[in-house]
Design a protein around this ligand. Structure first.
Ligand SMILES: Nc1ncnc2c1ncn2[C@@H]1O[C@H](COP(=O)(O)OP(=O)(O)OP(=O)(O)O)[C@@H](O)[C@H]1O
Length: 429
């Protein structure tokens, strides 16, 4: 096993754990033994920590005088230290979160327990200054959560830099994030600071982190491990103090399995992890968001001479409530903006709502012509088709479940109810 240095704790830890994992350890039926005597003091420390945590092992030492001895001492991290450590952390969180919810979390409009739980977790993670990974479909509020975490953290007054990794070209990803020196590559005519240094002292929000190319993943891992950035073409690393909040709509755990995303980076980023549920899984949030956004749209329009205060008719509301919202909160907001602009009178009626929704159906999205590329999910596609028909049947039947069930060829309305629950379709029937 090659080591950078026999006294470098980080490299000993990385090398040993990588080798043990490669050997498929720990594993049932295999009793591990670590020999403490031949190593440097740094190695002994790492062996002891690993034996008491990730790789339970028996410890032995040897000497000319005593021969082989088992090294035994009671040191149980879980029961001896963790409770005390956690209690200290709890106290700190309680101190830091005194005074109610940070106002930035109040921007996250919700009534559902699912979102409330994620806010509670985000508040606790915010004060710990650890990396956070926010998972959720597009438009579920990942960036909104990242901003709130920043605002509720000790970095609040410092920079919040948001970068969409999916929008950077693969060739330029490393230079955009970590910077470059003039002449580092063709086209590098001036020095570039890079987003990490721009966010120094604050928070860097890496949206669509799953789209980072492999070389940028390696560099990001190194920054997280060492707290230092090495711009392309530079000869010296620069210390940075940046908290990373990453987000993705991809199934990152599946990307780790296929090798598309580095497992070690995944673990580094996912110290705190949030799962934002799609709108269809947030009971009653859609109704609340409709009212909130409509009030906001009306407030924004106030002052324009030709603007009218808009209201939603009961039928228009029903249509919006039963839509599947594949684009989640963002799509809901834009649909309301369109509906309020297009409705000629002060009331947005069913027709206006339908027209605003129809606007986003893209004819080129032929359901039979989707490319079989990574991320394709046949079950999700079939659910999409089912959702579309269920919503249409409900609309056509005036939201009467029995009639809608008949239209769909279901034996009874309970069957429709089961489908709606599974597909996350709401109804007001
Ligand atoms: N719970 C919410 N309350 C109020 N506004 C919300 C909520 N969730 C999302 N939004 C708004 O919806 C829009 C989309 O949210 P945001 O950009 O945070 O989503 P995202 O998950 O980061 O999207 P993407 O995956 O496309 O990057 C934003 O304008 C945001 O302010």
């Amino acid at each position: 096993m090659a080591l950078d240095s026999p006294i470098n704790y980080a490299s000993i830890y990385a090398a040993v754990t990588a080798n043990l994992k490669k050997a498929g350890l720990p594993r049932d039926g295999v009793q591990l033994t670590f020999h403490l005597s031949p190593g440097t003091p740094a190695m002994v420390v790492i062996w002891i920590i690993l034996s008491k945590t990730r790789f339970p092992a028996q410890l032995i030492q040897t000497s000319r005088e005593q021969g082989l001895e088992s090294v035994d001492f009671s040191f149980d991290l879980a029961s001896d230290f963790l409770p005390e450590f956690l209690q200290r952390t709890e106290d700190r969180i309680a101190r830091l979160t005194q005074g109610g919810v940070a106002p930035e979390f109040s921007k996250i409009i919700h009534r559902s327990t699912a979102v409330r739980q994620q806010i509670d977790m985000a508040r606790r993670i915010a004060v710990l200054d650890v990396p956070v990974l926010v998972l959720g479909e597009t438009g579920t509020g990942k960036e909104l959560f990242a901003e709130a975490i920043h605002a509720a953290s000790r970095r609040a007054g410092k920079e919040f830099v948001a970068v969409n990794c999916g929008a950077i070209s693969r060739e330029l990803a490393s230079s955009e994030l970590f910077g470059h020196r003039r002449g580092a590559f063709t086209g590098a005519v001036t020095d570039r600071k890079g987003h990490f240094l721009e966010a120094n002292g604050g928070t860097l929000f890496l949206d669509e982190v799953g789209d980072l190319p492999p070389d940028a993943q390696v560099r990001l891992l190194r920054v997280l491990q060492t707290g230092e950035v090495m711009p392309l073409g530079a000869s010296k690393a620069i210390k940075v103090d940046v908290r990373v909040v990453a987000a993705t709509h991809r199934d990152l755990a599946a990307d780790v399995v296929t090798g598309r995303f580095r497992e070690d980076l995944f673990h580094r980023l996912a110290v705190g992890m949030l799962h934002l549920p799609p709108l269809r899984e947030r009971e009653h949030d859609t109704a609340l968001l409709i009212d909130h956004f409509l009030a906001q749209i009306n407030a924004d329009a106030r002052g324009c001479p030709e603007a009218q205060e808009k209201k939603l008719s009961a039928n228009a509301r029903k249509i919006l409530l039963s839509h599947a919202w594949p684009g989640n909160v963002r799509e809901l907001y834009h649909t309301l903006v369109r509906a309020s602009i297009w409705s000629p009178g002060p009331t947005i009626d069913a027709e206006d709502a339908r027209a605003a929704l129809l606007h986003i159906q893209r004819p080129e999205e032929n359901i039979l012509g989707r490319p079989l590329t990574q991320g394709f999910d046949l079950k999700e596609l079939l659910d999409e088709v089912a959702r579309d028909y269920v919503v249409r049947a409900l609309q056509q039947s005036g939201d009467k479940k029995s009639a809608a069930a008949e239209l769909l060829g279901f034996p009874n309305y309970q069957t429709l109810g089961n489908w709606m629950k599974r597909l996350g379709v709401e109804s007001t029937d």
